[in-house]
Design a binder for this molecule. Sequence first.
Ligand code: PEP
Length: 252
Amino acid sequence: MKRPLIGTSWKMNMTASQAEAYCRALKPLLADVSDRTLFVLPPFTAIAAAREILAGSNISWGAQEVHPDEEGAHTGDISASMLADLGCTFVEVGHHERRRDYHEDDELIARKVDAIQRWGMTAILCVGESTRLEREQAVAYVLGQLRFLDRFDQGRLVVAYEPAWAIGSGAEPAGVDWVEWIHSAIHERVAGAAGGGVTAPVIYGGSVDLASAGDLVSCPGVDGLFVGRAALNPEVFSAIAHAPLWLPSRPE
Ligand code: PEP
């Protein structure tokens, strides 16, 4: 049986003080979870607060972004070494909102993955089509975003499939059959890149809530859930993280 990854990015929500209160509430709620990998991605300013509370627990922390360079004249940016120094395990890159708002392209995002992996952290590489497409078109789009995959350390990589049309308020949640189909296609490509050996997990994000979590996390090809809005409440995130697996998935 797979060990699902269940995580959340808070996006631009929560001050350091709010993050501290959140983590204090979340830690006991998830203390019994031993069969899932759990993580939270606070904004940069709240990572230290999360570390303070979560150190030694079963919940990892990380960041939502990183600069690809090691150091230097990049005002306002944060390097991978700074995140590693804060004990980050996971760093997200390539989110739709970054691609949209900062015109980040796949090449830049690949350099960020390189930087994250150089510092021993795991990159969460977000991919997903911007608008509703036919299945084959959607897969082609996503595989295009994964074209630098071969150069990454597959053991320090998580692919997050997050179709832009399914994320954020007012979005249309993706159906389980859609998610299963696209995830299977991504897995085939990832397995190919790794020569059929180690394969990166592929997690799903986009309007995941308590009602959909069980079906999605049980879906063949889905190796975990990446949760946005619903996880801003620690009790809801805990309930999502406890969602039962209905079906056996790929063998490890
Ligand atoms: C996201 O934007 O990555 C996300 C998963 O958001 P939400 O769950 O709020 O749709």
